[in-house]
Design a protein around this ligand. Structure first.
Ligand SMILES: CC(C)(COP(=O)(O)OP(=O)(O)OC[C@H]1O[C@@H](n2cnc3c(N)ncnc32)[C@H](O)[C@@H]1OP(=O)(O)O)[C@@H](O)C(=O)NCCC(=O)NCCS
Length: 188
């Protein structure tokens, strides 16, 4: 049985928690990011109404069984800095996928690495989930470095795997199994 609520997961330097309406300014702040609105449902409009609608959709993802959407917050200040999600489309096959972003002013502080470590350990402890996957474009070194720090293994290159905006893009596929976590030093 999967949890019916989004938990709070403390993993300094970040804490993961459910989105709140007070996170709308964060969502508005990434509307002009060159990648985030293309690879997520974050609205490109930058309007507060659309940001609140996005937050409402995150709550409904859980009730619809689609997965868990967490706000990534700074452990010290409580400031929301990004999003990380565990998506359950392939849960019938024991697989879940992970996606994430951090707002530009908060990057390169180890927040993605810590958030990924936290959600991955939590996700692999869920009933029936024993493989996690994520997809990263080869140029996106910050993303695949965070994945590798958190113990994920690169499996190969998926050629023109998915649309990012109007173009099909290649993706590295990464995976993580419970036994992978036994052999990594705790990242950040
Ligand atoms: C990719 C992204 C999530 C990385 O977030 P972050 O919080 O800055 O990542 P971390 O601070 O945990 O850094 C992880 C590693 O990548 C390195 N890194 C981070 N950004 C980098 C960059 N632009 N170029 C090269 N290396 C980078 C860090 O130095 C760190 O390396 P280390 O473990 O060897 O010290 C962030 O840049 C982002 O949100 N980008 C836009 C959305 C996106 O790409 N999402 C992921 C799609 S798969």
């Amino acid at each position: 049985m999967l949890p019916r609520r989004t938990p709070v997961i403390s993993r300094p330097p970040v804490v993961l928690r459910a989105f709140r309406d007070s996170d709308a300014a964060l969502i508005q702040s990434v509307a002009a990011d060159p990648l985030i609105p293309l690879i997520t449902s974050v609205p490109a409009s930058g309007s507060r109404a659309d940001a609140l609608a996005f937050i409402g959709r995150q709550h409904r993802r859980l009730s619809a069984g689609q997965g868990y959407s967490f706000a990534v917050t700074e452990a010290d200040s409580g400031t929301p800095v990004g999003q990380i999600g565990l998506w359950l489309r392939d849960a019938d096959h024991g697989r879940a996928s992970v996606g994430y972003w951090i707002a530009a002013p908060h990057r390169r502080r180890g927040y993605t690495t810590a958030a990924l470590d936290a959600i991955s350990r939590w996700g692999l402890a869920l009933d029936g989930i024993d493989r996690l996957e994520l997809y990263v474009e080869p140029w996106n070194e910050g993303s695949w470095r965070a994945a590798e720090r958190a113990g994920y293994h690169r499996e190969g290159l998926l050629r023109r795997w998915q649309y990012v905006g109007p173009e099909r893009r290649d993706m590295y596929m990464y995976s993580l199994f419970p036994d992978d976590l036994l052999v990594i030093a705790s990242p950040v």
